[in-house]
Design a protein around this ligand. Structure first.
Ligand SMILES: Nc1ncnc2c1ncn2[C@@H]1O[C@H](COP(=O)(O)OP(=O)(O)OP(=O)(O)O)[C@@H](O)[C@H]1O
Ligand SMILES: O=P(O)(O)OC[C@H]1O[C@H](OP(=O)(O)OP(=O)(O)O)[C@H](O)[C@@H]1O
Length: 290
């Protein structure tokens, strides 16, 4: 193991965040070959050792300095209570941690659950959430850790309520539960150890991931338009700094290119067509440095 680069970057070895993290690594040019059943791999063109760990352990490893950098959920970082530096939000793994109770109980006030039995994979956040009400009411909420299938706890008679993640709400509804209160919102984040000596590599990886994430959020649009309509067109596609305008051989016409938000791209194309733009083309961006 001594020949492995000392800089370590941890990503989830499986689960909800795994696929997206693999895309981010590839988008950031962190190429590697992972031997079957091995949770350690060396990057091809960078002095970086990749470690594949359970998402729930990554915050601790980074916080304690065993690993310099990692990707995991904000929820996991908050639960671990360790101090890490949040380098950037990655825009995926979005969900919220919620107190959920059986619909049939009709709980409308979360304080009614204080003093009861709660099952969760986030015991620290749950205890913190109920602490003020416990103090106020002089009760002791019984928080029990379960590592998965949290939603089943009420149906099994193990709990009065659960604290679990919600994205689409499908799992919650299927288990006959409803949200009573929100504990926190979460998404995948890039974190680093604040005492890591290898700041140059941290910054380089951050820049590369930023470039890739930005590229996935934007598209490049190009179109032709009469110069007399340029002001109107620029208002629709102002670009990041300003649109690039190139005169065309045809008198009075110009070509415009600008960055636009991917989510707004169809609407922008409609609006450009409506003011008379022609030859409107949309391009994906594979990477960027802004
Ligand atoms: N339904 C979801 N939608 C979006 N993000 C989610 C969802 N469920 C979990 N996450 C995010 O992904 C992280 C990892 O969750 P996941 O269930 O994949 O792993 P885990 O159960 O903690 O770990 P493992 O699969 O290794 O046991 C969570 O901490 C949360 O940030
Ligand atoms: O709102 P939804 O879109 O249904 O997603 C929420 C579910 O996703 C996660 O579980 P996961 O499926 O990862 O399995 P787990 O219970 O083993 O953690 C989470 O713990 C919820 O149960």
């Amino acid at each position: 193991m001594s020949q492995l680069p000392s800089f370590r970057l941890a990503i989830p070895k499986k689960g909800r965040l795994y696929e997206k993290c693999s895309s981010v690594l590839s988008g950031a040019g962190l190429e590697y070959r992972r031997e079957a059943r091995l949770d350690v791999a060396v990057c091809k063109d960078m002095p970086v050792t990749l470690v594949f760990l359970p998402a729930s352990d990554i915050a601790n490893y980074v916080g304690l300095g065993d690993v310099d950098m990692g990707i995991t959920g904000e929820d996991v970082v908050a639960e671990s209570g360790v101090t890490v530096k949040k380098e950037m939000a990655l825009g995926f793994g979005k969900c919220k941690l919620c107190v959920q109770a059986p619909v049939r109980r009709g709980v409308t006030d979360v304080t009614d659950l204080a003093g009861g039995r709660i099952c969760t994979s986030f015991p620290e956040l749950t205890k913190k959430f109920f602490a003020p009400t416990d103090t106020e009411k002089g009760v002791d909420t019984n928080v029990r850790f379960v590592s998965g299938s949290v939603e089943a706890a009420c149906g099994l008679g193990l709990a009065d309520a659960v604290v679990d993640l919600v994205e689409t709400g499908t799992t919650m509804k299927a288990a006959g539960l409803e949200i009573v209160a929100e504990v926190m919102q979460s998404e995948a984040i890039l974190i680093s150890n604040p005492n890591s000596k290898q700041v140059d590599i941290i910054n380089l990886i951050k820049k590369r991931m930023e470039g890739y994430i930005t590229a996935t959020k934007f598209m490049m649009i190009t179109y032709n338009i009469s110069k007399s309509l340029l002001a109107k067109a620029s208002a629709i596609t102002p670009g990041k700094t300003s649109p690039t305008v190139t005169p065309l051989e045809t008198e009075g016409m110009c070509a415009v290119s600008a960055l636009i938000n991917k989510s707004a791209s169809a609407q922008k194309m409609d609006e450009l067509m409506a003011i008379g733009a022609t030859d409107i083309l949309l391009f994906a961006i594979s990477n960027s440095r802004m």
